[in-house]
Ligand binder design. Sequence first.
Ligand code: NAD
Length: 290
Amino acid sequence: QKTRVAFIGLGAMGQPMAEHLIKSNYDVRGFDLSKDARDALASRGGFPAESAAIAMADADIAITMLPNGKIVQDALFSGDAWKGLKPGALVIDMSSSAPTDTRDLAERLTAVGLRLVDAPVSGGVKRAVAGTLTIMAGGAEADITEVSTLFDAIGGQVFRTGGVGSGHAMKAINNFVSGAGVLAAIEGVLLARSFGLDANTVVDVLNSSSGKNNATEVKMKQFILSETFGSGFALGLMAKDIRIAADLAKSLDLNLDTLAETADTWDAAKNALGPSEDHTAIIKYLNNRN
Ligand code: NAD
């Protein structure tokens, strides 16, 4: 008998992730607020549920791939949707949620006999489609081991980061480093251009030098200099992730200046351009300030 998976959140990331599970012979029942997203799942061979509760009925595993941890809790608890899950079922939150929300969620789930693994991902839409996402998993060793086959269907490398919430902490830290790298790369290009250098040459030199990062290697030519801004990762989501990292630092009494400033810059850009702009469009905000 196929393992039944409730998949909640069928957006840019959730859709291709769910498709890999269908191809790997899981019985996927998906829910998303968007009818287009549900129809897309149906066209990929999944069952489109009309509510989270219907998706979760008799499921062995519930996966959430939603904008943030508050929405994850809503999806599971509003209308008591979780009650349909099989007793002792495993919930895997693959969204980039705040680790504090994740610990709350773990308590609520434990209280009703369910288990939680936080397993956010990195690699973007491209690697979600390829099935090669990096997965950072927090939770009980046995729970993570139980779903290693499922993770293999979606991802490439799986890292065990520690207890519940550690995967989400790791993800926020990754996106801080990534988001700071985007700012550094764009500011470097703006500075170089003002001095009269050619932007494409600048990127080539950085990529052959110690200044290279993911933004110079991938995002700069493909999405930023081309002005296509089509990475598939929204500005509002990046701003959220870096704010999670900044809040975490605050809660630990750490003064991390670059982190604080990076979070502020991404928030300001989100407010100026709107949260649904692609995150690579932040060059427009940085340009407008000059
Ligand atoms: P998205 O906006 O494309 O998809 C989110 C989906 O959730 C949407 O289809 C929306 O309709 C649905 N949704 C919202 N509230 C809902 C609810 N209450 N019930 C059911 N469905 C609901 O976002 P995405 O890019 O797929 O990102 C999802 C998560 O993955 C976020 O936490 C994001 O930070 C993270 N993430 C994104 C990327 C990326 O490159 N896009 C990479 C890694 C991690």
